[in-house]
Design a protein around this ligand. Structure first.
Ligand code: SF4
Length: 66
């Protein structure tokens, strides 16, 4: 997983560790996180998505990351 995060961060702006951990903490408490890794709404690995600065939480009608 760390390798995937590193690869994804090469070509896109990444958030600082504090914001990354904040986003992941929200995901870990979200009922739509599947298998501890995958967002039900976008099908992406949240450990990767949360690292990218321009990513948003796709929760319907209201981002959970705000
Ligand atoms: S809906 Fe948002 S908070 Fe929930 S798992 Fe997906 S990205 Fe994380």
């Amino acid at each position: 997983m760390a390798r995937l995060v590193e690869i994804a961060s090469r070509s896109r702006v990444a958030v600082e560790d504090e914001e990354y951990e904040r986003r992941l903490a929200i995901c870990s408490g979200c009922p739509d996180l599947q298998y501890g890794t995958t967002c039900r709404h976008c099908g992406c690995l949240v450990q990767v998505r949360a690292k990218l600065a321009d990513s948003t939480c796709p929760y319907p009608y209201a981002s959970q990351w705000l």
